[in-house]
Design a protein around this ligand. Sequence first.
Ligand code: SF4
Ligand code: F3S
Length: 104
Amino acid sequence: TYVVTDNCIACKYTDCVEVCPVDCFYEGENMLVINPDECIDCGVCEPECPAEAIKPDTEPGLDNWLKLNAEYSVIWPNLAARRDPLPDAKEYDGVEGKLAALFS
Ligand code: SF4
Ligand code: F3S
């Protein structure tokens, strides 16, 4: 599966949802997540993310992100169409450790 990671937070560009053939993105207030049971591992979303927030779970160190994607993708609503990025997306792009902002 592919996993949405830290740099999506407070950016939420949503380019990813446009290309996903199985519509497996789910939307929280500050970020999107991928449902790992629905993702078919096609990889087309990875290069589409301007924030480079999408990674394959074969990359090391992504366990916590995989868990977060799995947990929230069954709670948050599906998002299948692109929408405007969050207002401060440019400002937050590349800022380290944004997880704390997720619940703010
Ligand atoms: Fe969707 Fe493919 Fe990305 Fe999985 S890898 S979330 S199926 S676009
Ligand atoms: Fe987030 Fe990138 Fe999609 S910033 S909403 S994973 S395009």
